[in-house]
Design a protein around this ligand. Structure first.
Ligand code: ADP
Ligand code: MG
Length: 563
């Protein structure tokens, strides 16, 4: 600590590059500081530091992190505690560029595994961005001293030193995550794809604010569907289980159908206590399926839904750089099945109508042999019976789906009712087959070219997350704006780096794309996210296989120019 103080004094007022001397590790009594990367100038990406605390310094009982779930919850909690402490104690930007900024990457409403805080039996480590202050392009040592010796110790003490403090909130956090995991683990035995507990609050504050809506109508299960489960910490939890098979969510416009489906989409992740969705869990393999005009598709067999296209284009190996609504939705399903998805989540609001249905009169006007599309309506039962893939479909407009549903749930003023019996009486016969349809072949092997080249004028290929959920993979662009279960920039960058890892370690993909991605994700699970970067950083978060594959499947061809 004293050595750092003297170093700073010595370089005060010198050119900004003199900060490079700070690289290294320092003993700060309450923690150990290491300066991992020093930025080149005050306008560059901030410097990276990390702090380490041993057991005596952090004061947390070992049992808090003794399973993977508990460890993830603990790290998440500590990240949020540090973030709060930064807001309180960091005086913020001063001087040129980002001078003075301190930041940590934290989760939103979900509890993802990240590499910003690592809690192991050896102690805690937290990784922070730390923008070394400059005045013009010179070292501002006095400001730097305030950051290192005043702000940082307060931040670390508040976020990571738990000696003698109440651990109640932390314990609640860990137990909540553990319960969510237990609830999700129960789904197969319940023969269910999802569970929604009574009292859950599903709606969000706004389209760009994922926190719970104030005064939301709490979820209440209808007595005829109510089930009670037991979880390890909270005990009994009542609610409804959505059974395997085909489930429809019906109801009038604005009665909460999409909100319910969106809660299921996010139910593949654990949530913060207080989020309102912390007892809404979904099959971890569930994938939101939607139409996605203009997406790029590479070598997907969409023939189970679309046989031929104009100009006799074959569809068993379909590629395009500009898909239509129906071809994109078909590809989204086939790609999800390839990943082992066991539950499709579909909202008519975001579907292509001609992919979902074709009604009697339209079949009279346009003969079946002229229409290459077999709508999902005709295959959704078979997907369940033959392939074990359930569907939950929000459907306010078309009654045709009633004939293929196992369960129909009605939303009425945000309240759920079971209308399966009434729906069955109205349903009529399931639709007649349009034609002999090719089988789904989820095991079919497909490869994606992961080549990574720099943009013109760049020396090295970069992986950069851009605004609007665009991922730059060297000179190639991946549009992830319609991949709804992808959460944040940390996952996006991790995905880009996983593709690059596969390119390096499994370039031939002998067992196909999905096996290659699974292998990479297994390595990340075993060795941590640090595997993906040659330097120490804290901004990555673990993605699911489904979103990783979604990115691989949307890789576009190389761009010639930087646009
Ligand atoms: P639908 O898909 O049935 O048309 P939405 O799910 O889009 O309806 O919901 C319509 C509006 O109602 C949204 O603004 C949503 O935030 C709100 N909403 C949904 N569920 C609830 C609830 N349980 N309590 C209060 N508001 C809700
Ligand atoms: Mg809707």
């Amino acid at each position: 600590m004293e050595r750092l103080r003297q170093l700073l004094q010595r370089i005060d007022g010198q050119g900004y590059k003199a900060y490079k001397h700070l690289g290294g590790s320092y003993d700060f009594n309450l923690f150990r500081l290491s300066v991992d990367h020093v930025q080149g100038d005050p306008f560059a990406l901030p410097s990276r530091i990390s702090v380490q605390l041993n057991g005596a310094q952090h004061g947390l009982p070992a049992a808090f992190g003794n399973t993977p779930e508990r460890q993830r919850a603990l790290e998440d909690f500590l990240g949020r505690a540090l973030d709060g402490a930064i807001r309180q104690h960091c005086r913020g930007c001063r001087g040129s560029g980002r001078s003075g900024l301190i930041a940590i990457a934290v989760n939103g409403q979900q509890v993802l595994k990240r590499n910003a805080v690592l809690a192991t039996e050896n102690g805690l480590e937290a990784r922070l961005l730390f923008a070394l202050p400059g005045s013009g392009r010179c070292v501002a040592a006095r400001d730097a001293q305030a950051m290192f010796f005043d702000e940082l110790p307060r931040i670390v003490a508040q976020g990571l030193n738990w000696n003698g403090r109440s651990l109640k909130a932390l314990q609640t956090h860990i137990e909540s995550v553990e319960d969510q995991q237990a609830l999700r683990d129960r789904l197969p035995r319940l023969n269910a794809v999802a569970f929604i507990a009574d009292g859950s609050r599903l709606p969000r504050r706004s389209g760009d604010d994922d926190r719970p809506l104030h005064n939301a109508v709490a979820f209440r299960s209808p007595a005829e569907l109510r089930q009670t489960l037991t979880v390890p910490n909270r005990g009994a939890v009542s609610g409804i289980a959505i059974p395997r098979g085909v489930t429809l969510i019906v109801g009038g416009g604005f009665h909460g159908k999409s909100t319910l489906l969106q809660a299921l989409e996010k139910g593949v992740y654990d949530h913060l206590p207080g989020d309102g969705r912390e007892q809404v869990v979904c099959d971890p393999s569930a994938v939101k399926i939607r139409a996605e005009d203009h997406r790029s598709i590479t070598g997907v067999d969409i023939s189970p839904f679309i046989t031929t296209l104009p100009g006799n284009r074959r569809t068993i190996d379909f590629s395009t750089s500009n898909a239509s609504g129906s071809t994109s939705q078909a590809a989204n399903i086939i790609e999800a099945l390839e990943c082992g998805c066991r539950c499709l989540l579909i909202d008519e609001d975001t579907s292509a109508t001609n992919f979902m249905i074709r009604d009697r009169r339209m079949r009279q006007l346009v003969a079946d042999r002229q229409e290459p599309i077999t709508p999902l309506l005709h295959r959704v039962r078979e997907l369940y019976r033959q392939y074990g893939v359930s569907s939950v479909i929000v459907c306010g407009g078309s009654g045709d789906y009633l004939s293929v549903a196992d369960r129909v749930i009605m939303l009425d003023n945000y309240r759920v009712r079971d209308v399966t019996g009434r729906a069955a009486r109205l349903a009529g016969e399931p639709p007649q087959a349009v034609r002999e349809n090719p089988p789904f072949r989820p095991e079919k092997i497909r490869r994606i070219d992961f080549s990574l080249a720099p943009l013109p004028r760049q020396k090295q290929a970069k992986i950069v997350v851009r605004a609007g959920r665009q991922l730059d993979y060297g000179n190639r662009r991946i549009d992830l704006s319609a991949v709804e279960q992808l959460l944040d920039a940390g996952q996006m960058e991790a995905i880009g780096r996983i593709l690059a890892w596969c390119r390096q370690h499994d370039p031939e993909q002998p067992r196909g794309l999905i096996a290659a991605l699974q292998q990479a994700l297994r390595q990340v699970d075993e060795q941590g996210l640090d595997l993906l970067l040659p330097w120490k950083a804290g901004h990555l978060a673990v993605p699911r296989l489904y979103e990783t594959a979604a990115a691989a499947n949307r890789l576009r061809r190389q761009r010639k120019t930087d646009t």
